[in-house]
Structures are given as C-alpha cells and as structure tokens.
Design a protein around this ligand. Structure first.
Ligand SMILES: *Cc1c(COP(=O)(O)O)cnc(C)c1O
Length: 391
C-alpha cells in the first residue's frame, strides 16, 4: 500500500546510523534469567525489581479470580466495570500509602496523563523537572495551563520558577521520585519545603520507587518521611509490583474529582479480575516479605560496585537502576549485542529516551538474582567493554 514513503525515508536514515532496533522476543517468564533465541541469558533489563512477576501467591490469586470472575470486565469503571475487588484494591493501596484515598488507572502512564490534564487550567501553572518521564510531559501537553521547566534537580532554578509564577491561581510542582534513566532520587525534602514556602502543590511520580524505596516499598515520599506533605503520589503496579497498572494516592477530594474528570478512567476499560487480584496479592507480599527489598538493595550494591571497579561510567545513581553510560548511540547498541552474545540481556537505550550523546546500557538488578549470576554478568561486561575499547 502507498502512503508512508515519507516515514520509510526516515526509518532508512535511522538504519544507516545504527539506530533501528528490533523488538527482542522473550520465550520464557520474566525472571532473573530469560530465554532469548532459545538460549538462557541473565536478565538485567527488566523493571521486575523484586521478582514478583512470577510470585506463586500472585499467580494463584490471578488464576482464582480469573476462574471466578472471567478474563475481562466488559466496561469502563464509571459504567459497569467497577467490581467490588477494584474498590477493595484501592482501599488497600490508600492504607498502604497512608493517604485518604487512591484510584487505579490502566497504567502509570495514563495516571500522569489523567491527573495532569484533569486538574490544570489556563489559570494554573505546572512546574516540571526537565528530566521527568515522557508520560508527565505528555500529560502537560494535554493541558492549557502555564508551563515552566526547571533544570534537573536544581533547587535554585525551582525557587526562581516559583517566584516568577506568583500570579497564577495554583502552582503544581511535578517530579519523578526516582529518575528512570539515571537512577538518582529527587531531592523531595527541599522540593516540599519550597512548595510550602510558596504555597504550591507537589506531585511525585513514584514509578521506579514503588516497591523499591520507603518502608515495605511505600515509595520515595515515605522514604523521606514526607507522608502527608505531598499532594499527589503516582505509583505504578507494573514495575516492582510485578503486574500492570498505576494508581494515584491522594486526598478524598482529588480522587472524587478524578472519578468524574480523569479521562483514561472514564473512557478506557478497567483492569481484568486477574490483574486486580494479582495486584492485591502483591501488596500483601510487600508487607509480608520485606526481605525481598533487602535482597534487591544488596544485589544492587554488588553490581554497582562491580561495574564501577571495572571502570565503567555509571552516573549519579542511588537506586537499583545502574546505567552504564557510553555516550555514542551505536556503541551502546554494539555493547548490548556483545553482552547478549556473552549471556547477558542488557538493552541499549538511546535518543529519544535519553538525550543525544548520553546513550547507555541501563541495568536493573532484581531480588531474584544470585550473586553468582551477577558475577557472570560482570565478567561479560568486562569482556565486552574491553573488546569495544570502553574500558
Ligand atoms: C514506567 C514509568 C511510568 C509508566 O508506568 P506504567 O505503569 O509502565 O505505564 C511512569 N512514570 C515513570 C517515571 C516511569 O518510569
């Protein structure tokens, strides 16, 4: 069929620069190792921080709920797609997060889109960290509010932004809790202090902190002892929690408002019973098995130290996200290819996911890895890194 030649031209250009990537089909569950091309390799690219994608209690809960309630709900939440289990999960999440209420969306992505587009008008302004996740950027694009982007974690620039925006009705500061490509933690105590000084609202996207930071994985707000001082916490159920979905934890007022105005909530079908039941079981696992989080951090320290000792540039990470920054986009993909050859699945990440010239392999360890597996991975990094002249 004719019509997309102009897109093919662009794809061909990307191919010439080594920027076209094939999707990598995985032939097993998303565990500490995965099967790719028939070969078992060590997985270092997944957000499955705690190994919960295959937790027996969660699998059992999903099967039971599916058998009793079916594979789908048949409707959006606001018409006929709210089952009692959806409400029970939201109560559980609110208690877990120490907030008045919570609301589950299809994904973390739609949470950010849904809340930002619902609560901001041209009378308001959103003040956003320059390295915030794409879903926050897209959420902002959907509003007609004022916008001010501040330099990454730069509190002086944030204060300037707050001073420059005093004429707006409401000001909302929005930040990732953990930045997804570098693994650094947002300076939330300073952000909250500035917000209180200038009477602004704060929203934290805890996608990479849910299940990772804070008591039992309650997130970055709890990690800093800021419960009750952050207006909107966005969590994901798709990463460390191991299933699918996102939620907003906040006041009853905001949640009631979003039930009426959150567009993905209103216009896209609710989660299947199996998804809801697995998410609910995951919160029990977080409460009952805190040793998983300890193991995650222990593994994280081991891999980080090993990579740094080999001479790789790993950036400012403070969390299990450990980037191996190589700069050149095609070099990142070559390193990834070599690693796969040596038994390690660690994807290269390039523009537009990170800035041009900041291409990297992003590694994430999990609680499910053994030290032996991580040592095998480090040996592969050493071999591949030397062959490519990176170390
Ligand atoms: C992954 C991610 C999201 C999206 O979460 P999903 O549940 O996968 O849609 C949102 N924000 C940040 C910072 C993320 O890293």
């Amino acid at each position: 069929m004719q019509g997309f030649e102009y897109l093919q031209v662009e794809l061909d250009e990307m191919k010439e620069k080594g920027l076209v990537r094939k999707l990598v089909p995985i032939e097993s569950s998303a565990g500490a190792t995965v099967k790719i091309n028939g070969k078992e390799v060590i997985q270092l690219s997944s957000n499955n921080y705690l190994g919960l994608t295959t937790h027996p209690k969660m699998i059992k809960a999903a099967i039971q709920a599916t058998e009793e309630f079916g594979v789908g709900t048949g409707s959006v939440r606001t018409i006929a797609g709210t089952f009692s289990m959806h409400l029970a999960l939201e109560d559980k999440l609110a208690k877990f997060k120490h907030t008045e209420a919570s609301l589950v969306f299809q994904s973390g992505f739609t949470c950010n889109q849904g809340v930002l587009s619902a609560i901001l008008t041209p009378e308001d302004v959103v003040i956003s960290d320059e390295l915030n996740h794409a879903s926050i950027i897209d959420g902002i694009r959907l509003t007609k509010s004022g916008r001010r982007v501040y330099k990454h974690v730069d509190m002086e620039d944030l204060e300037r932004a707050l001073q420059e925006t005093q004429s707006y009705r409401k000001r909302l500061i929005v930040t990732d809790g953990v930045f997804s490509m570098d693994g650094n933690i947002a300076p939330l105590p300073e952000i909250v202090e500035l917000a209180e000084k200038y009477d602004a609202l704060v929203m934290v996207d805890d996608a990479h902190s849910s299940g990772v930071l804070g008591q039992n994985g309650r997130g970055s707000v709890n990690h800093f002892g800021l419960d009750g001082r952050v207006h909107i916490q966005v969590g994901t159920l798709s990463k460390a929690v191991g299933v699918l979905g996102g939620y907003i934890a906040s006041t009853r007022t905001l949640i009631d408002y979003l039930i009426h105005k959150g567009r993905p909530f209103l216009f896209s079908t609710s989660h299947s019973p199996g998804v809801v039941a697995a998410n609910s079981a995951a919160i029990d696992v977080l409460l009952e098995e805190p040793e998983l989080i300890e193991k995650l951090w222990d593994n994280s320290r081991f891999l980080k130290k090993g990579l740094a000792d080999l001479g790789f540039v790993t950036g400012p990470s403070e969390t299990p996200i450990t980037p191996v920054i190589v700069g050149d986009e095609s070099l990142a993909h070559q390193l990834s290819d070599k690693l796969l050859e040596y038994g390690v699945f660690a994807q290269g990440i390039a523009f537009p996911t990170v800035a041009r010239g900041k291409a990297r392999i992003r590694t994430i360890v999990s609680a499910a890895h053994s030290k032996e597996q991580l040592q095998v991975a480090l040996d592969a990094f050493e071999k591949a890194g030397k062959e490519l002249g990176i170390i």
